[in-house]
Design a protein. Structure first.
Length: 194
């Protein structure tokens, strides 16, 4: 029941967010922005980055509460060195039986990948979080990213059959958005108004 509670808590806290890297990586979390948006409105001001979440649930689940501010203001190129050991400790706390995941990654390697929280993008191939062949080459709105992450954390080397004690933890059972995505920018479904 404890893992189910963790899973539900993580899912309820995570809102799919699009993160971006600024070309001028800075060590603080303030950004001066001046420009024009896609519909011609002038944008100017100082903005503060409050949360960094390239891969949904990674920050929420693997960054200890006392380290959230430090993680959120650390540039991605420094995150791996600074946070990998915390990620590994938290991974092994969630899944003490972790050996390797479906990608063949041991705990140290997997958490090194996770600790550098960037959403990579394939410019010449399929853009997907995981489609059975391609892994972490981007993200389509319909990708079931939470289930993929649960499989990588709890599924073991053989994904769905490798760790029978964790079978109930490898799927969030949310198989799609409840409202259709838009065919025009920003493509997200309209918000619920009630």
């Amino acid at each position: 029941m404890k893992f189910r509670t963790i899973k539900i808590a993580a899912l309820s806290l995570v809102v799919a967010a699009t993160a971006y890297n600024c070309s001028n990586e800075k060590m603080d979390n303030t950004y001066e922005i001046e420009g024009v948006d896609s519909v011609g409105n002038t944008i100017k001001g100082t903005y503060i980055q409050e949360d960094q979440m390239a891969r949904p649930a990674v920050n929420t689940v693997f960054v200890s509460s006392g380290s959230k501010d430090a993680f959120n203001t650390t540039v991605p190129s420094n995150q791996g060195a600074a946070f990998q050991s915390m990620f590994q400790n938290n991974l092994l706390a969630l899944n003490p039986g972790y050996t390797r995941n479906a990608l063949g990654l041991d705990a140290a390697t997997f958490t090194s990948v996770l600790a550098t929280d960037v959403l990579t993008l394939s410019l010449d191939g399929t853009t997907t979080f995981f489609d059975g062949t391609n892994v972490l080459t981007g993200r389509a709105l319909a990708d079931d990213v939470i289930t993929v992450e649960l499989i990588l954390i709890f599924g073991g080397p053989d994904a769905l059959t490798g760790m029978p004690q964790n079978v109930g933890l490898i799927d969030d059972h949310v198989d799609g958005n409840d409202v259709a995505f838009s065919s025009s920018f920003p493509y997200l479904a309209s918000p619920h108004l009630q």
